[in-house]
Design a protein around this ligand. Structure first.
Ligand SMILES: [Zn+2]
Length: 234
């Protein structure tokens, strides 16, 4: 093919650069950089493009599948670092942060250390629904084990797909996050829910579906239109 000959010629020249000649796959590179230059190094894009013999859509598909694998790895890393995170948290606050819903409140048991220190303490609820009135709670204190946590000041979702709704909210707020916290206002009632974050690509089939979806996305369509303007067939 043309590209192989081109490659051979370049090799025979022994690294000498032809000034007039455009760099190999210049237009394809330009398109790829526009599309994913902010997430993938230019050198890596060039390498991928050469490996795919200049087939832009193949490179894009590869990148998408690579990114999804990264997502899975990242969520695993979060689990590994959770211990470290807990230790850091313990320096300034009482209690542990665990996956799911965490509520921070005050214990009123006078004999409780957390209460004596006047420090708010974290209570782990886990992955479930919970509703409460922020200043009328009756939760078990992780420190003294009595139901003496009577007020909540903060909610933290850790590694969760969650929703939170205060009585003055029209709609619940839904999101998923590694770690996000909300101030709990005094006197309002709240409904909280947390579920485990679903794995990003369960299997190859799912990945293929996602790639196809991505290939049909507006960004890719625009890229293809642009490529066609330069008479590159995708
Ligand atoms: Zn206590």
């Amino acid at each position: 093919t043309y590209h192989n000959e081109h490659f051979m010629n370049k090799k025979l020249l022994g690294g000498m650069q032809n000034e007039i000649e455009k760099p190999k796959y210049a237009m394809e590179m330009k398109a790829l950089i526009r599309l994913c230059g902010n997430i993938i190094e230019e050198d890596e894009l060039k390498k991928q493009l050469e490996q795919s013999n200049g087939n832009v859509s193949q490179v894009v598909e590869k990148i998408i599948s690579k990114l999804m694998n990264q997502n899975i790895k990242e969520s695993k890393e979060i689990e590994y670092t959770s211990d470290k995170f807990k230790r850091e948290k313990e320096k300034v606050e009482v209690g542990e942060i665990k996956p799911g819903i965490n509520l921070q409140g005050y214990c009123i048991n006078e004999k409780c250390l957390a209460s004596k220190a006047k420090l708010p303490i974290w209570i782990n609820i886990g992955f479930k629904n919970i509703s409460f009135i922020s200043d009328k709670t009756c939760l078990i204190c992780p420190d003294c084990k009595l139901s003496t946590i009577t007020s909540i000041i903060k909610a933290l979702f850790y590694n969760s797909e969650y929703s939170i709704r205060a009585s003055d909210d029209l709609l619940p707020l839904k999101d998923n996050n590694y770690q996000v916290s909300y101030t709990i206002k005094s006197g309002l009632s709240y409904e909280l829910n947390a579920n485990k974050i679903r794995q990003h690509a369960k299997n190859i089939e799912d990945l293929r579906e996602r790639s196809e979806y991505a290939m049909n996305s507006i960004e890719i369509k625009n890229l293809i239109i642009e490529l066609q303007r330069y008479e590159i067939t995708v």
